[in-house]
Design a protein around this ligand. Sequence first.
Ligand SMILES: NC(=O)C1=CN([C@@H]2O[C@H](COP(=O)(O)OP(=O)(O)OC[C@H]3O[C@@H](n4cnc5c(N)ncnc54)[C@H](O)[C@@H]3O)[C@@H](O)[C@H]2O)[C@@H](O)CC1
Ligand SMILES: [K+]
Length: 510
Amino acid sequence: MSLVEIYDAYDVGTVRALEERAFDTVGADALMQRAAHALALAVAREAVSLCGGVYGSTIIILVGPGNNGGDALFAGARLARRGARVTAVRCLGTPHARGLAALRAAGGRLIDLDDLGLDPAARIQQRPAADIVVDGVLGIGGRPGLPEPVALLARACRDWLVTTIAVDLPSGVAADTGAVAGDAFAATRTVTFGVAKPCHLIEPARGRCGEIEVVDIGLDPAPSEDDRAGSGSGRWLRQVQTDQLAAYLPYPDAGSDKYARGVVGIDTGSDTYPGAGVLSTYGAVHSGAGMVRYLGADVPRALIRERLPNVVFSPGRVQAHLVGSGWGDRPDGAAVLARLLGDGLPTVVDADGLGHLPARVPATWLLTPHAGELARLLGEDRSWVTEDPVRAVRAGVEKTGATVLLKGATQLVCTPDQPWIDVALPGPAWTAQAGSGDVLAGICATLLAAGVRTPRAAAAAASLQAYAAHRNPGPVPPQRLAELMPAAIARLQSRRTRQLDEIRRSEWTG
Ligand SMILES: NC(=O)C1=CN([C@@H]2O[C@H](COP(=O)(O)OP(=O)(O)OC[C@H]3O[C@@H](n4cnc5c(N)ncnc54)[C@H](O)[C@@H]3O)[C@@H](O)[C@H]2O)[C@@H](O)CC1
Ligand SMILES: [K+]
């Protein structure tokens, strides 16, 4: 998956509300035909690249009992009319009647899943005999998980790397949470309709989607508050784009001094865990702070003094605080946080600091837990967080009043009184390593000290780290990745300059 393709995602209830409105204006049949048309085009493009054309390509259409299978069957009919050899495979229940009739009329055929000859006892399944598989088993009406032997087929397609195009979403993933409870299809490409759904943005489901294509079938792309409220959960996720990241970062101008860029006060690390203090300070220093004051324990202090001569070690004016990373069991933790609460400054609380939070904190405070830390904060199991990270990050905000950045494969930012949840740019898997979170906390604090609003600072910091990691792939240690941050910021600044030039030009010509 490339860095960013899609922007807003809505839960199934909201999508259903949008569809209801479109039924009234365009009609259900037209919606399905538009979906089938877009799907057939995507499959045809794949057939051209794999087989040199649609004519003569072999396509298997996997169909379930709902409209997802209907989309797939109508697309199969279009492809059969262009000379593809199309076989539909009945996977669950009774296929969409009109879709099946259209496929048959175009020369396609229907077989049962048993006819594919999968053997549950075999260690290695036969390769499904198709150039392309279209997964129309389950869409937004699907419950997570796949019954056998559909699960077996999903595994066979995945193991043989069969080019698989998912209709709306890969069957087996949970549309609203992004969870993958059991087996699910792993698509090469997912063609989704109207708007994206949370599973297209949240891991592990996102990793099953391959390239994602959102096609316009006539749904309103901007649901109203009523559409969202009607859905019960009202999930609205917004994927940060690289252009937005470039616009969110603070850049100094000729009149900026160190206070305009921001002074960060850091009390992280401990004599037992000095590395966290060093790394969070690296993060702050390399993401553009005007000045960093390190006010933590002696051992990290000595290490920082050796490595970063620009860091100041005396107390004084600061514009944002960062605490908690690598504190370990710190007896005065609660007292430190209570004192900071009185300061009224934006404050990042990371890692061990989260165990000392006052009952309520302002939304200018940013908590940066990973799944285990958020679970502890909420008195839940870690799995409660990972099975539905959107629910969990919202619960974190409700419990504390703070803005919460939930770290992990997908990084979510939730803040009080904002109806959507920001999804940071996805980073490469290499960023999952000890120390990444400490560096990230430092970047967050720098952006807060520069005056960036807390939720925006959190989404931008997490996205900046992912962006830098994408530009420097491989097992780059966190301190080195911090050192690569200036080049990433410079690149984003050039991008921002180009954006502003374009805006000015269009204003002149427009
Ligand atoms: N509603 C609309 O306006 C449009 C819907 N479209 C398509 O329709 C899809 C939604 O259609 P449906 O609501 O019919 O839902 P699905 O096609 O997702 O299937 C729901 C059916 O599958 C069964 N089922 C669900 N999970 C199961 C499981 N784990 N094991 C066994 N059976 C299971 C359900 O009992 C139900 O019968 C969308 O994803 C999209 O592909 C498109 O045609 C575009 C327009
Ligand atoms: K599907």
